[in-house]
Design a protein around this ligand. Structure first.
Ligand code: T4K
Length: 397
C-alpha cells in the first residue's frame, strides 16, 4: 500500500511555497503600468468616457469585428443592462450550470429564470431540451459560452427565431474565441464579456457588452449612463456601470498581450492534457464548438470510483500543497438561494447539472502558472491516485 506521508495534508512540506490560484491574474510589467498611469495623472481625468476608455472601446471593436463594444464596470451589470435594453419580460431560459451572476442579473431585472439542463460532455446548454421549456411567458434565451468553448450560437439562434424569442449571451468565459472563424461577440442581440482579474482579458474588474444593433447600442449607452452617447435615448432606468480610466489602462495592456497570454494558456492546457489523460478517473473537458479557444480554464470531471478519491477530498489534498483548485459552479443555480425555495420544480429535473456540480474541479492555468508548475501539479495528482486507498483510510480516522 502507498504511504500518505509525502502529502502535506498529512504533515509533509507543501509542494508550493506560495498559493497557486485558479484564474488568469494578468499583471503588466511595472514600467508599462507606470507609463500608462502617468498619463491618467497628467490628464487629471479618472472616469466618464475618458480617452483610455474610448481607445479601449475602439480597439475591442476592431479586435472582435463588432460594431459596438460598450465597456462597463463588470459583466454582472452588463447582463442586467442587456435585460433592460432588450425590454425583456416574464421568463428567460438559461442553463443552471453557470456562475450566479448569470441568473442574478435576471432577478435584478425582475425576470424569472427557467433552468435548462446541460450536455454531460460539453457542459453547454442542452439544445434538445429548450423547445420543451418555451411557453408564452418566455421572452428570451440567455446562452452561456463556458470554459473557452461555445454553446453553439448558430443553433441557438435558429431555435430563438423559430420560437419568436430574443437571444443574448453570457460570454464571460469566451473572450477571443471564434465560432467558424467568427469572433464570439457577434452572435444574438448582444454578448457580454467579463474582464474580471480571473479572465484572460483583465481590467481588474470590468466587462463589455457587444452588439451589432445600433438602436440597442444607443439604449445600452444611455443606461450605462450616457456620457459619450451621440444622442441619449429613452430607457427604463439608468445604472452606474461606468468603466474608469484605471480599469481601461489595465485592459488596454491586457488586450495588447492577449496573443501571448492565449498561447501560454494553450501550451499549458496541452501539457495538462498529456498528463491527465494518463490518470484514471480524471476527464478533461476540451473546449468544444469553437474554431479558436482562449484556453482560460482547465476543468476536469472526477470519477470518484476510477480515481479513488472524491472531488472534495482531492480539493482538500491540493489545498494543503498550496494548489487552490476549485469546484466552481456549486451547487448549481437551481439549488442556490433563493431559487431552490422559490422554484423547487427544478430540483429533480437537472441530472446532468447535478452530476457536474458534484464532480467538476478546476485547476490553475494562466499568467502565474509555469510549465514546471503544471508538471508538479500533475505529479501530485498521479501520486494521489496511486495512494488513494491509503489516503481514504487515513482521512477517515
Ligand atoms: N458569467 C459567468 C459565466 C462568470 O463566470 C462570471 C464571473 C460572470 C458572469 C460575472 O462576471 P463579473 O461580474 O465578475 O465581471 C470569480 C470572479 O469574481 C468572477 O468574475 C468569475 N466569474 C467567478 C467564476 O469567479 P470568486 O470570487 O469566486 O473568485 P476570486 O475573486 O476569489 O478569485 C479566484 C482566485 O484567485 C482566488 O483563489 C484568489 C485569487 N486571486 C484573485 C484575485 C482577484 C488572486 O490571487 N489575486 C487577485 O487579484 O469569483
Amino acid at each position: 500500500m502507498m504511504k500518505t506521508n509525502d502529502f502535506a495534508l498529512f504533515g509533509a512540506e507543501p509542494e508550493f511555497d506560495k498559493a497557486l490560484p485558479v484564474g488568469q491574474l494578468y499583471f503588466p510589467s511595472w514600467e508599462r503600468y507606470e507609463a500608462s498611469f502617468r498619463g491618467i495623472f497628467e490628464r487629471q481625468y479618472y472616469t466618464n468616457n475618458g480617452p483610455l476608455h474610448q481607445k479601449l472601446e475602439e480597439k475591442l471593436q476592431d479586435f472582435l469585428g463588432v460594431k459596438h463594444a460598450i465597456c462597463v464596470s463588470n459583466a454582472t451589470l452588463g447582463l442586467m443592462m442587456v435585460a433592460d435594453a432588450l425590454e425583456l419580460s416574464g421568463k428567460v431560459i438559461l442553463p443552471a450550470f453557470t456562475f450566479s451572476a448569470s441568473v442574478q442579473s435576471l432577478t435584478w431585472a425582475g425576470l424569472e429564470p427557467v433552468f435548462c439542463d446541460v450536455d454531460p460532455d460539453t457542459h453547454q446548454i442542452a439544445l434538445d431540451q429548450i423547445n420543451a421549456l418555451i411557453d408564452e411567458d418566455v421572452s428570451a434565451i440567455m446562452g452561456v459560452n463556458l470554459w473557452g468553448g461555445s454553446c453553439n450560437p448558430k443553433a441557438l439562434s435558429e431555435l430563438a427565431v423559430s420560437n419568436g424569442v430574443q437571444l443574448y449571451f453570457d460570454s464571460a468565459h469566451a473572450f477571443g474565441c471564434t465560432v467558424d472563424n467568427m469572433p464570439i461577440g457577434n452572435f444574438g442581440h448582444a454578448e457580454v464579456f467579463s474582464f474580471h482579474a480571473t479572465k484572460i482579458l483583465s481590467a481588474t474588474e470590468g466587462g463589455c457588452v457587444c452588439t451589432n444593433d445600433n438602436d440597442l447600442a444607443a439604449r445600452l449607452r444611455s443606461i450605462r449612463p450616457s456620457y459619450g452617447t451621440e444622442k441619449p435615448v429613452s430607457i427604463v432606468r439608468v445604472a452606474n456601470a461606468r468603466m474608469s480610466e484605471a480599469q481601461a489602462a489595465i485592459a488596454l495592456m491586457s488586450l495588447e498581450d492577449f496573443p501571448a497570454n492565449q498561447k501560454n494558456n494553450e501550451h499549458l492546457f496541452h501539457l495538462y492534457a498529456e498528463q491527465l489523460d494518463m490518470i484514471p478517473g480524471l476527464h478533461l473537458v476540451r473546449p468544444t464548438g469553437v474554431s479558436f479557444s482562449n484556453y482560460q480554464y482547465v476543468v476536469c470531471r472526477v470519477n470518484e470510483h476510477e480515481f479513488g478519491l472524491s472531488r472534495d477530498l482531492l480539493i482538500e489534498l491540493l489545498k494543503a500543497e498550496n494548489v487552490i483548485a476549485r469546484r466552481y459552479f456549486y451547487p448549481g443555480l437551481h439549488r442556490s438561494i433563493p431559487y431552490a425555495q422559490k422554484l423547487p420544480q427544478y430540483l429533480d429535473r437537472l441530472p446532468n447539472t447535478d452530476n457536474l456540480c458534484a464532480s467538476c474541479i478546476q485547476f490553475p492555468i494562466g499568467a502565474l502558472v509555469s510549465a514546471q508548475a503544471v508538471e508538479r501539479i500533475c505529479n501530485i495528482l498521479k501520486k494521489a491516485h496511486q495512494a488513494a486507498s491509503a489516503i481514504r483510510s487515513h482521512y477517515a480516522q
